[in-house]
Each structure stands twice: as C-alpha cells, then as structure tokens.
Design a binder for this molecule. Structure first.
Ligand code: NAD
Length: 349
C-alpha cells in the first residue's frame, strides 16, 4: 500500500490533513511540515491536478518550502501549505471556501493560511468568515495586509539586482535582458520594477492574453512558453509553477542567472548541483520569494508596520549574498547551502 510516509517528497511532515466536504465538493490537503518555529504558515493553492498524487506531492513540497522560507526570513513561523483540488475550470463556490475555512479553523491556529496561485484577496475574505487563522486580508489606512504579491515581487526584484551585482558586476538592471516565465501577480510586479529601471523584458505565459497585457505595459516582447527558459538573457526569472529546472532544461539554458519567484523551481536537489556545474548563479527560490510571507507574517502577528515589512524584504539580498559566499567558499551549490542553513534553523540540521 502506498502511504504518504513512503512518498519520495515526504520529509517527516508533522501532519497531513485530507479534507473532504461532499456538499460543496471540497477536496483539499493541508500539510504541516514543521511547527518548530511557530504555527505552520503558508498559502492555499487552488489548482486542477490531473492526478490526486500530484496534489499530495505539491502539498508536501510546498509545505517543506514554507518551513525553509519562514526560517530563512527570520520569521517566528513554521511551514505549512494547503492545496485545493479544483475541477478543470477551477470553480470556486463560496460554500467550498467556507468548508475550507472551517477545516482551517478546526486546526486551532496550528496552520495559518493566505493566498497562493488560484486564490485571491476576495477568497481570503470568504475564508475569514469561518476562521481567524488567515492573513492576506484587505486593510485600510496604510496598515499591513492585502495581496502579498507585490511584496514578493519587490523581494524578487531586489534579489535579481543582488545576483546581477554578483555575477555581472553591475549595480543596475538597466540595459539587461530579463526573461520572465509567467505574467501573473509576481511576474507582473517584477517586470514593472525591472522595466522602470531600464531592463529589456521578454515574457511568456500559457495565458497569452496575460503575456500580451504585461508586455504592453512594460514595453516587453511576448515569447512562446516553450522558448522562454532557453533565451539568451542576462537573467531568467521563473515566476510561474515549479519543477521547471530539470536535467533536460538546465542543459539548454543560455543565461548566467536564475532568479525568480516561483516555488520549488528545482525538480530535484541534483538540479541545484547541475546549475552550479554549468556556472549559472541560482537564487534559492524560498529565499528570494519571501516578501509575500514577510507581509503576511507581519499582518498576522501584528508585530510591526510597513517600515518593518520593507526592512525585512530589503534583508533578502544580504541573505542571498551570504548563501553565495558560503557556496563559493565551500564549493557546494547555493541550493544545498540554503537547505542546510534552513534545516539547522528548524532543528533538523
Ligand atoms: P499567478 O497565478 O498570479 O501567476 C502565475 C502565472 O503563471 C499565470 O498567469 C499562469 O497562466 C502562468 N503559467 C502557468 N504555467 C505556465 C507555464 N508553463 N509557462 C508560462 N506561464 C505559466 O501566481 P503568482 O502569485 O504570480 O505566483 C507565481 C509563482 O510564485 C508560484 O509558483 C507561486 O507559488 C510563487 N509565489 C507567489 C507568491 C505571492 O505572493 N503571490 C509568494 C511566493 C511565491
């Protein structure tokens, strides 16, 4: 019998909750990887998974990533993530969101949710009618909250600049070519910041209209989704889904830098080593994309205002520099260095 304990991505997760609400059609998995540093926090992804096993793999990998992300961002939070197994149209009935909110509530605050792919601020409002263990809610008057996307984008952009400084010795992205995979919330923010500083942007999204719109806004060029990773570019910024850096794709890369906001970019730990062997500087995803959870954490815990959020996000480049310096000193690839640092922080090193 296949049990979650036997799954390749199972990593001593503390708890897995399989949620079913027949009335609303909700099927979800809430994965709590670690509560060593605090409540397991991480967003909810609503996605159509052709195979249920893919949803479990996603929940396992994403929740472990959140443990690492929260620890490396210095937040008093553990790592968790939820996936909602949607139908092909990704229908979101209010009753389904309510049932999901009740499931989160039943965990008594051990898991705290927020937005991820497929979930919006409006959805968090629905969920918050059932539970207080939710962030990413709208706020007024300059308080901390709302869509985490722009904060993630800012951190990714600052991380790209740190990578550009390290690999290319440049202080600005002006005149550089940045290839964006995805044209969603995170990619949009990164592309706008980079274009404002004078970068040339190429954009691909499986939703062609989204790519066109972002290209028009940033003076960028639309590229086929199958080509974007393999462009000759100063930076390739994966900002769509995970597991896109594989033995095969890495062999075809023509960039000195991979720095983007997508979670779980490496298909396997070996792929971090492959990037390093090719001399490509990799910004570990859960370090560079922590801006959103930094905002969520500050909102949820109420431990500071927008200035604290900004200063925590501005610490991301320094953390990347620390990882790259240790990688250069030890000969280990940046992803392995970051994993070891994170594991130590969550008491598993
Ligand atoms: P989003 O749903 O707004 O955008 C994702 C975009 O990627 C969509 O437009 C989708 O059509 C596109 N896409 C999917 N597969 C693609 C492919 N193969 N090629 C090109 N485009 C493709 O989501 P988002 O919030 O921008 O998140 C993007 C990534 O960043 C995800 O991996 C997410 O987990 C991660 N992330 C997001 C945040 C946040 O604050 N939103 C924080 C940390 C990490």
């Amino acid at each position: 019998m296949n049990t979650p304990w036997g799954y390749p991505d199972f990593d001593a997760h503390e708890a897995l909750h399989f949620v079913t609400d027949e009335k609303s059609g909700l099927r979800a998995i809430i994965a709590m990887h670690s509560t060593h540093l605090g409540p397991a926090a991480g967003g909810t992804r609503l996605w159509y998974y052709a195979d249920d096993a893919d949803a479990l793999t996603d929940a396992l990998r994403l929740s472990r990533g959140m443990s690492y992300k929260n620890a490396m961002a210095g937040l008093p939070l553990g790592g968790g993530k939820a996936v909602v197994l949607a139908d092909k149209d990704r229908t979101k009935a209010p009753e389904m969101l309510a049932a999901f909110g009740r499931a989160v509530n039943s965990l008594g605050g051990k898991y705290v949710t927020a937005e991820d792919v497929g979930m919006s601020v409006a959805d968090m409002i629905e969920i918050s009618k059932q539970t207080k263990f939710v962030a990413g809610l709208p706020v007024e008057g300059g308080a901390v909250g709302g869509d985490p996307g722009p904060h993630t984008s800012l951190g990714v952009f600052l991380g790209i600049k740190a990578a550009v400084k390290r690999a290319l010795g440049k202080d600005s992205v002006a005149g550089l070519h940045i290839a964006m995979q995805g044209a969603g919330s995170v990619a949009g923010g990164v592309a706008r910041l980079a274009a404002k500083e004078g970068a040339r942007i190429s954009i691909a999204d499986v939703d062609a209209a989204r790519a066109e719109k972002l290209a028009a806004e940033t003076g960028g060029t639309v590229v086929a989704p199958t080509d974007i990773l393999f462009l000759e570019a100063d930076v390739v910024s994966p900002c769509a889904l995970g597991a896109i850096l594989t033995e095969e794709s890495i062999a075809g890369l023509r960039t000195p830098i991979i720095a983007g906001g997508a979670n779980n970019q490496l298909k396997t730990p070996e792929d971090g080593k492959r990037l390093d062997a090719r001399g490509i500087l990799y910004a570990p995803d859960y370090v560079i994309n922590a801006g959103g959870i930094i905002n969520v954490s500050t909102e949820y815990l109420g431990d500071g205002g927008p200035d604290l959020v900004r200063s925590r996000i501005e610490a991301i480049p320094g953390r990347l520099d620390q990882i790259w310096a240790e990688s250069a000193a030890t000969g280990r690839d940046p992803a392995s260095v970051a994993d070891a640092m994170a594991q130590k922080l969550i008491g598993r090193g």
